[in-house]
Design a protein around this ligand. Structure first.
Ligand SMILES: Nc1nc2c(ncn2[C@@H]2O[C@H](COP(=O)(O)OP(=O)(O)OP(=O)(O)O)[C@@H](O)[C@H]2O)c(=O)[nH]1
Length: 320
């Protein structure tokens, strides 16, 4: 059985298909239109396809890359049918999506690469960071793992309050301090407490102010250093949360955060509410960072481990 074999049961497939409904409708209808009335692939089909991908938020660079690969194939096989083109397109889209490195590939139920496994969560306010942390905690706990949260976004009282609500809802402990206290101090306490308790997973929330890059860099750098004082290899994951419904804006945020800190994985949220899901391809291609999770709704269950094959399969599937 493949790594994801067990993970992608009927329920997850349904959840993915439903969550991607809007993106699928836009994406598929554009591609169908691009090749309508044609039996073989010619210049016009490729031009239409290029337009279709760009307007589905796949981004220009990524679209050009995909189209070039298809052109190479068309040059070799002049009688490529539009049906074959569809399959080829799926393969090329899948090839754009990056895999997590083998020593850091995990899912909720699998053995984690380290104990405690420390995840630092970064991202701008409002993208669904807190909700994602709550969902991660729920899913890890459901899979039998012990989880500890750290509220190191001390800049806004609401951030600590919201994370506290999630910790109660999911039933996992949280380490917090008064609003305005040093985020690195909260991170230190969280790791110390996680080590003492022997937990499996530590998830630390951080502030995501964008207006001052130097400040953000200092803050994240300091958090990293205090975490490493206790666990030299940690954080094992720096997870950037992006709001998929903001399309190209999410790309801008990714640019900003990757320049500020070493981001090792992405979670793309709110894919359920948008037709802009193609942005997942643009981000993966541009930053070569694996997408680990996707948010497809507001409920605790609505966080899926990202499987590129299932994702592309769902994109090209009509209806539910
Ligand atoms: N539809 C949908 N809504 C989501 C998803 N993820 C988060 N949300 C909603 O997005 C809103 C913002 O989420 P938060 O988790 O509060 O965002 P945040 O980034 O922590 O922002 P602050 O709490 O303001 O720092 C909430 O209403 C969430 O319910 C998702 O995958 N799908």
């Amino acid at each position: 059985m493949s790594f994801f074999g067990k993970l992608f049961g009927k329920k997850e497939k349904e959840s993915l298909d439903q969550g991607l409904q809007k993106t699928k409708e836009g994406f598929l209808s554009k591609i169908t239109k691009a090749i309508a009335g044609k039996s073989t692939v010619d210049e016009e089909v490729l031009d239409n396809l290029e337009d279709a991908l760009v307007s589905a938020d796949v981004g220009i660079d990524t679209t050009v890359k995909i189209i070039e690969r298809i052109e190479e194939r068309v040059a070799k096989d002049k009688y490529l049918t539009t049906n074959e083109l569809n399959k080829l397109l799926q393969q090329e889209i899948e090839a754009v999506l990056v895999d997590a490195p083998e020593n850091n590939s995990y899912n909720f139920g699998s053995e984690l690469p380290a104990k405690p496994f420390v995840i630092l969560v970064v991202g701008v306010n409002g993208v669904g960071k807190t909700t994602t942390i709550g969902k991660l905690a729920y899913n890890f706990k459901k899979a039998g793992k012990s989880v500890l949260l750290g509220a190191a976004d001390t800049f806004r009282a609401a951030a600590v309050d919201q994370l506290t609500i999630w910790s109660e809802r999911v039933g996992v402990p949280i380490v917090k301090q008064a609003m305005g206290s040093d985020p690195a101090s909260v991170a230190f306490d969280t790791v110390q407490s996680g080590l003492a308790k022997g937990v499996d997973v530590i998830i630390i929330d951080t502030a995501g102010r964008l207006h001052n890059k130097a400040h953000l860099m200092d803050e994240l750098g300091k958090i990293r250093r205090v975490v490493q004082k206790q666990i030299p290899e940690a954080p094992h994951e720096v997870m950037l949360v992006l709001d998929g419904s903001t399309g190209q804006n999410a790309l801008e945020q990714a640019k900003h955060f990757t320049a500020t800190t070493d981001v090792s994985a992405l979670t793309i949220t709110k894919l359920d509410g948008t037709a802009k899901g193609g942005v997942v391809l643009a981000i993966a291609n541009q930053f070569k960072i694996p997408v680990k999770f996707i948010g497809v709704g507001e409920k605790m269950e609505d966080l899926l481990v990202f499987d590129k094959h299932e994702f592309v399969d769902s994109l090209f599937k009509l209806g539910n």
